[in-house]
Design a protein around this ligand. Sequence first.
Ligand code: PLP
Length: 431
Amino acid sequence: MRTDIVHEGAAHLEYEIRHIVEDAHRIRATGVDITWENIGDPIEMGEPVEPWIKEIVQELVNSDSSWAYCHSRGVLQSREFLAQEVNKRGGVQITANDILFVNGIADAVDKIYDLIRKDARVIMPSPSYPTHISNESKRGRYTNITFPLDPKNNWKPDLENLRNHIKYNEQIVGIALVNPDNPTGMVYTREELEEIVAIAREYGLFVICDEIYAHINFNKSLHLSEFLGNDVPGIALRGISKEYPWPGARCGWLEILNGNLNADFAEYVKALVNSKMMEVCSTTLPQMSIPKIVGDPRYPDHLRKRSEMFKKRAEEAYNTFKDIDGLIVNRTSGAFYFCVVFEDGILNDRQTLPIENQKTRELIESMVEGVSVDKRLVYYLIGSAGICVTPLSGFHTSLKGFRITLLRHDDEKRRDTLAKIAENVKKYLQS
Ligand SMILES: Cc1ncc(COP(=O)(O)O)c(C=O)c1O
């Protein structure tokens, strides 16, 4: 090429949850049968789609209008419905024009960070969901600015640390949260959220809250509109991927809260809307399904049952790992992930698991050269037990561990896989 063509921040685009899949496919090619416990897709993991939800979507397929483009902000009727849902909660009040449909939150996250000035920064927790942190840092080859979630204290956020980062770094313009959180399964309390908003208010920041798991919680998870107040701008990110669940629909939306409070923020929101216009619009049919499905009297019960299901599975995972020496585990409060963290220093670059197949063993030995100690464990787990989990170091943290999902729908297979992971972790630590 006559000049460099790759954006200087491209190296920041790391998505370990998917990268590990590519590596696992190479291992599979040596003859290993793999159980995938890394991807957050409930359908892929065997959860059946509710027949009544399918029927509604089938009816929509028969309507020609669901095949058309829609308004760039999204189908008006669906935006009106969603604005009403926000307003019913009694916090910040919005209109249909404050909803912007996107092709999945992951699609929006890219734009949300791209349209912020290059030298303005958004702070977020660590461990951190890779799509947010990679997109935030790719803009200027930055190191991430994060505040820690503490695995020794139920993943509670260190808000003192958050405040200090903001106080001493004038470039920070926003705080991004995922609530309930991926990968930790932690749900922020009202007190924590109000303190975070108080910090945003004090320093003139906006708040982004990824609420893709908002309706998978084991007690209560507050929506941004319920704790933001009327004097801080914010964007809540919602979607149907994890809720119906329909991840393949690629349908999510932004709820712009207090969008006209401040000229700078209003201009930023306008840029988000304009950038959607460049793409014409987001997928029409899934948007049309929202008032019909979310507004159906069966929907609250559907959400309740799924939350109960994941709560039981979270307890199952906790009980599987809680008594293993050297591990830090927490009961989760929402979403469908579970993290196992290793005490400092107990993983090293000599530990292994037995692998009989010579080809597989040689491949793993070449793959573990120079990788982080938790990724090393993950490779051995794939090679020896045929189970693929995600290393915690892929979530932009110095903590070492791994994340599993609670999604495997076949109860026997799920329990068996959990037991096998635990047994292999013990073996690995003793090797
Ligand atoms: C925190 C978080 N946000 C967003 C997404 C992706 O959402 P969508 O399917 O709407 O792009 C995921 C997927 O795992 C996620 O964990």
